[in-house]
Design a protein around this ligand. Structure first.
Ligand code: BGC
Length: 374
């Protein structure tokens, strides 16, 4: 019953937006040079524009979203993501701003896993664990790019057998598309030539009031999940799927991010705020609504739909005001991420949905960020 209400309110918001007068243009993709990496690789910046004038700028370094615009209550499009001014800024490095994450989004405990009797050792880049694919994950690689029809960009990265400790040559393909319903769709596929594990995601930092426009504590969030995966001090799931009911992790009804974030709760303390994986209520599977975020000042709404079983909701707890970009300062909790994914540490948690990929299989997931206003 709760889910019905949730789905209806999303449809209602969308219907309202659909009635706003929009100037229809033609969907397009343009390309420009974005400089060279310190390693000398050329990087391009592609701009996707839909018929309504919504824009997504994507660079080939990390396949990262650099700009993403969305309409406010008056129909005006404005940027809603954190980002840097140039390629150098991204190589600083930054904490995965806008980037594609692989081979394994989120954490793998003790920087190792065993697959078909063999133990693989990975870089321990986060308190003895592996975070976001190791020292040089997919966010720090240059992807090859080809525009598709309409407002589409096709990216490919071939990760060598043994790269960052992972077995198998992994061919990862990501298609970004902007639809005329003001959706940014991300389709991920991957194949391998040896058994391996894979968990791809995107690490965009959103602030629906605009990048650098203060904290996100007033944003109201709904997450379609009755359970989450509690973590230990290294943010590795304990294995328990815990009910959110009666905890500050209950976002089954729209709640401001800041309403409970400072509560005396062990899990909030471990995450220094929200930095956890929610176990999405999947119903029949397929592309289902995972979350909705509403920013009251601008009226902007972002819905997240995904085929994935999990959602890492991270509230920018490690942002500390030292990073600046787009003419602004990125303050503590100045953005949130909604990383659709399989659960963290799945390669070491046989009870979690599997992240294994075998030769002959195709890994395939989709996530849609849909924008409207109310
Ligand atoms: C993780 C955080 C981490 C952040 C890095 C998130 O996906 O859950 O713990 O600090 O990425 O930006």
């Amino acid at each position: 019953m709760r889910w019905t209400t949730f789905a209806l309110s999303g449809t209602f918001a969308l219907a309202c937006f659909a009635q706003a007068p929009v100037q229809k243009g033609k969907a397009s993709v343009t390309k420009k040079e974005f400089g060279k990496t310190t390693g000398g690789e050329a990087v391009q910046l592609y701009t996707l524009t839909n018929a309504n004038g919504m824009k997504a700028e994507i660079m080939t370094y990390g396949g990262a979203l650099v700009v993403l615009t969305a309409p406010d209550r008056s129909g005006k499009f404005g940027d809603v993501i954190l980002g840097m001014d140039d390629l150098k800024g991204y190589e600083t490095p930054v904490p995965y701003f806008g980037a594609l994450i692989g081979r394994y989004g989120n954490r793998i405990g003790k920087a190792q896993f065993t697959l078909e009797g063999k133990t693989y050792h990975l870089p321990a880049n986060d308190n003895g664990n592996t975070l976001h694919g190791g020292n040089r994950g997919f966010d720090k690689r240059v992807w090859s790019a080809k525009p598709g029809p309409g407002a589409e960009l096709h990216l490919t990265y071939v990760s060598k057998d043994g790269e960052e400790g992972f077995p198998g040559t992994l061919t990862a393909r990501v298609v970004y598309s902007l639809t005329d319903k003001n959706e940014l769709k991300i389709d991920y596929t991957a194949t391998t030539d040896k058994p391996t594990v894979v968990n791809l995601t995107n690490h965009t930092y959103f602030n629906l009031a605009g990048p650098g426009e203060g904290t996100i504590l007033g944003h109201e969030v709904t997450i379609n999940a009755d359970r989450f995966t509690p973590v230990d001090a290294g943010l590795i799931p304990t294995g328990e799927l815990k009910a959110v009911k009666g905890t500050p992790f209950d976002f089954t009804k729209a709640t401001a991010i800041g309403a409970r974030i400072e509560q005396n709760d062990e899990q909030l303390k471990l995450g220094k705020g929200y930095d956890h994986n929610w176990v999405l209520n999947k119903g029949n599977g397929g592309l289902t609504k995972a979350a909705e975020v509403h920013e009251p000042k601008t009226g902007r709404v972002m819905e997240v739909w995904t085929t994935e079983p999990g959602l890492q909701f991270y509230t920018g707890n490690f942002l500390d005001g030292t990073l600046k970009g787009k003419g602004k300062t990125f303050v503590h909790r100045g953005a949130f991420c909604m990383e659709t994914q399989h659960y963290p540490d799945s390669p070491n948690k046989p009870a979690f949905p599997t992240t294994e990929l075998k030769p002959g299989q195709t890994y395939k997931t989709s996530t849609v960020y849909r924008f409207s206003a109310r």
